[in-house]
Write a protein of this length. Sequence first.
Length: 154
Amino acid sequence: MQQDTTVARQEFERRTEARRLQPGDEAALKALRRGWCLGSEEFKQQKLEELDGQVGEHHFGQMKLEVAEAKAERLVREELGRLGWQEVDLVSHRKRDPRKIRIAVRLRQQTTLSVKQIAARLHLGSPASASLCLLAAANTAASSKPTIQGHLAL
């Protein structure tokens, strides 16, 4: 991979401008006009990981979504590895498997993915069913917090 240097950026600018000026395929230029990342999939994934935790209000929706999805994929891979599961195990285990619910809770806590997206990714059934499972998991976690002199610790 090429290093990010002044010379490399100038070369990128020169090539991009030359490409813009060439007559041709308008669809190919759409990535230059609307996309936030131009490069290989490997380069894009690297940039998404670098942006994790740094995306703010000044970033547009598509970038925010892609950063959240990349983070979620990383978390799912971590959890699958921890469980010794393969991707197919998400399909083969029941929808309300407690291990899948723990992954869903982590995704909900650490990403901005919607319940619908989490349900689809982890094969949890309908978003409504997944939402109920997440709510039950949250209630269980809240009721099991340690208490101090009979009061719920906050």
